[in-house]
Design a protein around this ligand. Sequence first.
Ligand code: HEC
Length: 100
Amino acid sequence: MSYCGSCHKENGQGVKNIFPSLTNSKVVSGRKNNLLRKVIHGAQVEGQSTEKFDTRMSPFGFLTDEELAAILTYIRKEFGNGAGAISVAEIQKEKSVNQP
Ligand code: HEC
């Protein structure tokens, strides 16, 4: 709610044509690298979204590894995504290797 809810909303559904829905999302439940790059570095995600968005999301690499792991585990588990957790180690790896 503090960091992501202002745009993607409490129910994860976002705002049509402005902020993408994180519900039943292939981006959220799909390849971890893709999701991590997006949220940590603000990179474009591989084209799995059904809608196009004019705005880009700013990077969230300033959050602690623990915060990022908790947030991403939450959005992967909730909102009909039913995907596995993201570990602190996976966050650290992404922060260290992958620049956009
Ligand atoms: C200021 C508004 C804003 C905030 C805050 C925000 N996002 Fe986003 N987010 C966007 C926009 C706009 C896009 C789509 C544009 C893009 O792909 O760069 C997006 C895209 C995404 C996507 C890819 C969805 C898709 O289907 O392509 C994910 C995942 C995501 N955000 C997760 C998060 C998480 C997790 C947080 C909190 C750490 C967060 N966002 C905070 C605006 C925001």
